[in-house]
Every structure is written in C-alpha cells, then in structure tokens.
Design a protein. Structure first.
Length: 134
C-alpha cells in the first residue's frame, strides 16, 4: 500500500535559476544536485520537513521534462508516494487497471526504485511510486 508523500516534482527550465528562486522562497539551500540518466533529468531536492520538493530540468530536447516544459511551461509535474514493495504495488495497480509507464522499476534519484503511473489512469495527475534503496 501507499506510504506518505515522498516529494512533489516541479519541472523547470533552468535548474540553477530555480534553485536560487526556491532557496529565497524557503529560506534555505537545496540538499544538492543529481543527474538521473534513466529519466534524462538533473534534479535538486529541498527538504521541507514533512516532504521534499524536487526541481527537475531536462538534460536534452528528448527528455520528458523538456517536452513538458515546452508544452505546458514550468510547474508541478508529479506527486511521488513511498511504497514498501514497489513490485507488489506495480502488480496490484496493473491488476486494478492502472497503466504503468514501464514494466519494471527504474533507478531514480537518491538510488530509489521508481515507476510512474500514466496520468490517464489517475484523472490527469502523474503519480510516481518510489521505494527507498535497499
């Protein structure tokens, strides 16, 4: 079953500028940057206490984040929820009729295992499941 909200993903055009803007907004610096090759993004996390805010910049025109920003502009991209066993959740959700965007979990930021649920299955919201690294 789903655990707590892990993070809110925000798509940005320029990670450096977004980090500056959110540092001013929150009053503290990000936890640092990371590149996630499996998704073609550079990310920066802010720890807000109960959850994280993940800023995402596409690392090329073919990145899903680059396409999202080009089409919709900067803004909320996804909600991510922690799960104990991502493969069991994937099976449960598939059997319930949800469309997953991959057949197997991928390595995400922070070494987490991740999978996304298609927004068509969730009323227009891209949902990510993430399992802490073993």
């Amino acid at each position: 079953m789903f655990g707590p909200l892990d993070h809110i993903g925000i798509a940005v055009k320029n990670l450096k500028e977004a980090e500056r803007r959110f540092s001013l907004l929150f009053g503290f610096e990000s936890l640092g940057r990371e590149e996630v090759d499996s998704e073609g993004v550079a990310v920066s996390f802010f720890d807000t206490g109960n959850t994280h805010v993940e800023l995402l910049e596409g690392m090329g025109d073919e990145s899903a984040i680059s396409k999202f920003v080009a089409q919709k502009g900067e803004g909320i991209h996804h909600l991510a929820f922690r799960v104990e066993n991502i493969e069991e959740e994937m099976k449960r959700l598939s059997e319930a009729g949800f469309q997953l965007l991959s057949d197997a979990p991928k390595k995400g930021a922070g070494g987490k295992l991740v999978v996304f649920i298609h927004p068509k299955s969730t009323g227009g919201v891209l949902v990510e499941l993430c399992q802490l690294a073993p």
